[in-house]
Design a protein around this ligand. Structure first.
Ligand code: 1PR
Length: 595
């Protein structure tokens, strides 16, 4: 019952938590229904927070404008709620099985892992109500795990019996053939059956994030409305009458995803189809905009950007560089076509992130109308405040998730966890990385690595993995190893980026954000040697970061390495290169991207 204990200590206001491994949006939440323990201790923190009007559900509304949401207590369905409200609908939460039976339309964004979800549904009588609702052909939309649960069984920690409405099983992706698991990113659908809700998808990508998938068979072919290919064909959506379910996340698939939701919520909506330039055929390479955020000397939260991690102006005053307001920039990048947005709270290592309400507010406001995945990092670790109150890293992460993050990114604390794992050879199960990935699923946990190049003459001079580098060192050195750092590059640690990447994959990381202090802010291109070293070492997706200065740097990193995504900051903030130009360049170079 480790997870239970964990959840009991890690839950926070109004949330329930469950052990998860299949879906990060579908994050958190417990079968144990841990409710409103006021985990922040100091609720008064929240009393002054003004939520925007759109967060409140209107009290009186007609049945036509109400959507019933089956959120069986799991953490982050905030994005689904935001998307529904953005489309002008009100939400009624399911409290009892009768609420399901009485729904006019029901959305089920399945949350967490298959087994605990089924346990909740069975214990609460919701399973029976769901089956009855669906068998009556009432309007239903399942999302991600909400699709998988309709099948007979899942191999996720199983076999575990599902609702059994659709013949077939749910199994894990096979990573042995070189496909990175989890399947994270924008992929293409092959539509196999008319389905109104998919009408605007056309040749465009939609966002997936999962390690398990339902397999097509002769027995379920009458249900399947689209497939997706990732190593093999899996079921991307089902449809029978008024019953729909999608494996992808419409609430995170930009405007095309919103149109899927809109068509489900309002089947009569007939929107003029936009000219479709897209030719989605496979998993796209992602272009990510990164916002390094910190308080400036006046105490305002600003987006900043350094040269090799130095974010202060080269003037007498040495002020923190101010490149804009986080929420505004994030919205801008969403409109410009960013596939994902990352916020890094770069002083999180010394400040307590839950004391940093502006950062949580940034997430809340951003997630209201930015419908692509949001990652947040900085300061995710255990913390004891000045009153002696202990906060677990899981509480910190939970607060980020609840505020709108889809993934959290761990920097310094992952380095300490990897060092300990290397030293002892034992997974302590206690590190922030292990705890958060156990509860929220590894798809929700990114490890951000901040390595610095250390040139050496001979690869045998160090105990770390060293490689021959493309550009010689200052004294003609042909080799280098990449030393990991913590606290924003301030302290070098006795572990290499290669060793760290392998260790954090084993400890439960779902993705690696690979920075490079030498290249950061230099605009001379990504460190191709480093990206190859790390992306060949692990089977989880790697995001190349640091050094983008021109569109050609993006095509170079995708052509020469196995990176799944490329992240940039400075060129976007300084408006040197719009995201759209990066995408158009990549398309010209025959690199598939989402447009
Ligand atoms: O250690 O868990 O508190 O996390 C701190 C996080 O903040 C880490 O992800 C770390 O990378 C980040 N960070 C800490 N200090 C700085 C700094 O700049 N002084 N920013 C910092 C790191 C790196 C990138 C950047 C790219 C692209 N920023 O994310 O955006 O290098 O830049 P470019 O395209 O302009 O070259 P913890």
């Amino acid at each position: 019952m480790e997870a239970a204990a964990l959840l009991a200590s890690g839950s926070s206001p109004g949330s329930l938590a469950l052990s998860s491994s299949s879906c990060p949006f579908c994050s958190s939440s417990s079968l144990l229904l841990v409710r409103d323990r006021g985990s922040l201790g100091n609720r008064s923190h929240y009393t002054n927070v003004k939520y925007p009007r759109s967060f409140s559900v209107r009290a009186s509304c007609s049945a036509d404008s109400v959507v019933t949401l089956l959120d069986y207590g799991a953490g982050n369905v905030r994005s689904v709620r935001n998307a529904i409200r953005h489309l002008g609908f009100d939400i009624k939460d399911v409290q009892t099985p009768e609420d399901i039976l009485n729904a006019h339309r029901l959305i089920f964004p399945g949350v967490g892992a298959f087994a605990p979800a089924m346990e909740v549904l069975n214990k609460t009588g919701m399973a029976e109500a769901l089956c009855s609702y669906i068998e009556k052909d009432r309007p239903f939309l399942g999302i991600c795990l909400g699709l998988q649960l309709l099948f007979e069984s899942s191999e996720e920690n199983g076999p575990i019996k599902g609702l059994g409405l659709i013949p077939g099983t749910v199994g894990r992706f096979d990573s042995s053939n070189g496909f990175r698991v989890p399947h994270i990113g924008w992929n293409a659908l092959q539509v196999t059956m008319d389905s109104e809700i998919l009408e605007d998808v056309g040749n465009r990508h939609v966002y997936f994030v999962h390690s398990y998938r339902a397999m097509p068979s002769n027995e379920n072919k009458e249900w399947v409305s689209s497939m997706c290919n990732y190593g093999d064909n899996f079921i991307a959506s089902i449809r029978r009458g008024n019953v729909h379910a999608v494996q992808f996340h419409p609430e995170k698939s930009g405007d095309v995803g919103l149109s899927v939701l809109r068509r489900f919520l309002n089947p009569n909506s007939n929107r003029a189809k936009k000219a479709d330039r897209a030719k989605a055929s496979k998993l796209a390479k992602r272009v990510i905009a990164c916002l390094d955020v910190r308080a400036n000397d006046k105490g305002d939260l600003v987006v900043t950007k350094g040269d090799q991690y130095d974010v202060r102006e080269q003037t007498k005053e040495k002020e923190v560089r101010n490149l804009g307001k986080p929420v505004e920039l994030a919205r801008q990048y969403y409109r410009d076509g960013a596939d994902e947005i990352s916020f890094l709270n770069i002083t999180g290592f010394r400040d307590f992130p839950l004391g940093d309400l502006p950062m949580l507010q940034v997430l809340r406001y951003t997630s209201e109308n930015v419908f692509v995945p949001l990652t947040v990092g900085g300061g995710i670790r255990d913390f004891t405040d000045s009153n002696g109150r202990h906060y677990s890293s899981l509480e910190v992460a939970s607060e980020y998730f609840r505020s709108g993050a889809d993934k959290i990114s761990i920097g310094s604390d992952a380095v300490y966890a990897a060092e300990e794992y290397q030293r002892t050879g034992v997974k302590s199960q206690k590190s922030s990385l292990e705890q958060i990935s156990r509860v929220y699923g590894n798809q929700a946990v990114v490890v951000s690595i901040d390595p610095r190049r250390v040139y050496i003459k001979n690869p045998n001079d160090v105990q770390f993995k060293a490689i021959k580098v493309s550009n010689l060192g200052p004294n003609g050195e042909e080799y280098a190893w990449y030393q990991c750092t913590v606290n924003g590059g301030r302290e070098g640690r006795p572990i290499g980026a290669y060793e760290l990447a392998k260790a954090v994959e084993e400890l439960g990381a779902g993705e690696i954000l690979l920075n490079c202090i030498d290249c950061d802010g230099q605009g001379k291109g990504f460190d191709i040697d480093l990206v190859n070293l790390i992306s060949d070492a692990v089977s989880i997706p790697v995001i190349a970061s640091s050094g983008a200065g021109a569109v050609g740097h993006f095509s170079e990193v995708f052509a020469k390495t196995n990176a799944s995504a490329a992240l940039a900051a400075g060129i976007f903030h300084r408006k040197e290169v719009p995201i759209q130009s990066v995408k158009e360049h990549l398309l010209k170079e025959n690199i598939e991207v989402r447009i």
